[in-house]
Ligand binder design. Sequence first.
Ligand SMILES: [Zn+2]
Length: 410
Amino acid sequence: MGYSYQLAKTMSNKLYITLIRNNQGEGKDLSELRRHTFSNTVDYRTLKKFVLKVFTPCKCREVHTRHKQALKESTSDDATLAETEELFDDWDGEANVTKRLCSGHERAIPIDNLVMDLDVKEEGISTLFCYLELHPHETWKLENLTNVYSTCNIQCYGGPALLQEIAKKCPPVAVAIAKAKKDGINFAGKTDIDFPVVEISDCMGWDSGPVKRELKMLMWNMSGANGPRRTGVMVEFANLAFHYRAPGDLTEDEIDDVIMSLHTRIQKQEKAELTNLKYLFDTLHSVSHKNFWMCADDLDEKKNDKLKIILEDYFQDQTDFKAAVLDATEPELSSYELNQVSSDIKQFIHMYSQEHKLNGRAIARVFHGVASPCFPATTWGRVRRFWRSNINIDFNLLIKLATKLLIQLR
Ligand SMILES: [Zn+2]
């Protein structure tokens, strides 16, 4: 934290700690530490994008309605019909929201795509998945699974006929080909296929694990007397993905609730971290020595005792800490700062809005020197005019201001 410390034992065997401040700009230390927090927060719009992706809509409800219809038409026996209807009404009834029609689907979202799409680091997205898993919700459940490869690539060195042959042997390949044909891909003379193996397995109602093992087996012919022989089929998996199980029939209201609760949680986390940093920074500052020589010869018992009280409070009941948190006021900008930073933001928008997808947070991050997947430090660190240019301005104020100016200049 920009401090060095010295431990000393006196004759009476008491332990003394002396803090010495680094002489580089003190306000900067705090800004440096805050950057770690800002690189992990995600805004509302990004969260919405994330949640909608995670809870990809499924066809369970549609299938259920069709199934119900078919049963109605085929069942002539009144008693059975009543019984079946009762069973289905359990699910349809508004009052019975706790009974979820969809039992959950195995899903995989390629990590690299999602990172670039959301402009959030992999660790940040993993944290969001953890929040979803820990979400205390009674009507749905998300279970995180180990990351897996989500794409299967099959190449048939034996020619197009071989691809047709394995499609007959291995239903997932047949389904993948059918799906690709529906999307307009022509398979005449084609010897290879790429397909989302987890998605295909799920739509067949199978787990992707056994399906992948079966696909791998396509490479080998086991029937020969001389042991396994290569078949001329190459099966490979790629695209490491976030892997989880979640229902796909969440209502709009439920989706809104999920986004809101994630948002609240992230805001709380950010606020707690920032207050914590500020408190530690200020209190340690109050008991530190500006220069080494000030404490080289004599021990400052007063500062030493105060520091002990601060540390004890912080690591035990946090009374002083909590009081300081309550006192914390919202940051404000002077009119000079406001003019300065507004003009910086306008220039930034003017220079980069053509070639980059800008939003308030992206601009605030650059101005604080917080790297993100779409705005990496290797590139943006060289843009001296803007990188870390407004590190003294409150991060969230910057977001608000940049968002406002983006809308105005559109
Ligand atoms: Zn479903």
